[in-house]
Design a protein around this ligand. Sequence first.
Ligand SMILES: [Zn+2]
Length: 404
Amino acid sequence: MSSKYNRGSFQLMKSINRSIILNMIRKDGPISRAEIAKQTRLTPPTVSNIVKELITSQFVIETTQGASQGGRKPTLLAINAEHFYIIGIDVGRYKMKFIVTNLFGELKDSTVLQIKEYPTEEDLLATMKTGIYSLLQSDKNDTEKFLGIGVGMHGIVDIEKGISLFAPSFDLHNIPIKQELESEFRMIVKVENDARTMTLGESWFGNGKDTDNIVGINVGHGIGAGIMINGKLFHGENNIAGEIGHVTIDLSGPKCTCGNYGCLQTLAGGPAIAARAKKHLKTGKTSRILDFVENDIEKIDGETVYQAACDGDDFSVELLNQTGRFLGIGLVNLMHTLNPKRIIIGGGVANAKNFLMEGLKETIQSRGLTKEARETSIVLSSLGENASAYGACVLILEEFFSQH
Ligand SMILES: [Zn+2]
C-alpha cells in the first residue's frame, strides 16, 4: 500500500506557521491570503509561500466562492476536505465500529464488526484489520486518500507507544495496536482511551465546541471519563486520569471487576442496572421486564430495563431514576475535583436519558457545593453512538491541524 501522501503530509506539518495557516483556513475558510496575513501578522510573502506549498500538496484549494466586494471576485482559500480521508475505530465490549471521515470530520463510510467472545490479542487485531481493509477496498474509496487511523480503546492506553496496556473487558494486556496497524497499513496510527476520544470528538464536532474545559463521560458496560483542561486532554502521570468508573460510591456496595467494592460502575453501568433488576425480580417483584425476556430473568440486560421503562413500567423507571442518582454522585465528585464548565454524557446507558436525568440533576442540586457547582451544565453527547469513533478520527486531525 502506498504511503506517498502520509509521510509527506506529516513532515509538512512540522512548521508552526504552516499549522497556524492551515488551522485558520479550516476554522475561518474560505478566506483570502490578505486576511490570513492580517490575522496572523505574518508577512504577505510568507503567507503566499506557505499557501503555495499547501496547494501543491493538495491540502488547500483556491475558490472564488464567497462575498464579492464589487468587481472581480476575490480568490479565497479552503481546505480540500474531500481529498483526504481518515479512519476512526471504536473498540467496544461486543462490537467494533469503523468510520471514515473527510478533513472536516464529515461521515463518508462506516461498518460494524462483532467481537468474538473472550477474544485473544490476535482476534482483536485481526478484527481491526478486517474492518480497515473492508473500508479501504470499498469501491467508493481510493486508498491513496487515507491519512491515518485513530483507535479508541477502553481501559488503560499508553498513548506514546499506542499500546492497550490493560483492556479489562477482555482481560487482555499490552496489545501493540499502533505497531501492528502501522506495519500493516503504512499510515500513521494513534491510540487513545475511548472516553477520551469521545470527549475529543465532542470538543471538535459536538457539544464541547465552544468551551475548553469539559469532561466527557462514557456510560456503557463500564464508565470512563475524558478530562479536557484548557483544550487539551489530561492523561495524568500514567494514563489513569478519568477512571471515574472505579471511584468508590458505596463502601459496602457490589464487588467490581477491579477487585474493589461499590465502584461507580458497579452501580450505574449497564450490567449493574441489569443486576439490580434481576435481584429484585428474583424476590418476586412484578414488572413488565419479565414480558420482554419471556420470564427468563437471566436474559435481562440494561437495554431490557430501558425498553420496559419506555413502556411505562414503574419498577424500571424507578431503577433508572436510582441509576441517575448514583451517576449524579459520581458527577458531583467530578465537579468538586475538576470544576468543568460542562459535563457531556455519552455511551449506551445515555440512551435512557429521560429516566436518568431527573435523578441525576436532583443529586447535583442537593449535593453541589455552591450555586455555580449546582448549575454546571450537564448535556448528552450530540454525536451519539459514533462519538468515540469520531474522536478517534480527531486523533489524526489533531496531528494534522494542530500546532506542534
Ligand atoms: Zn472498580
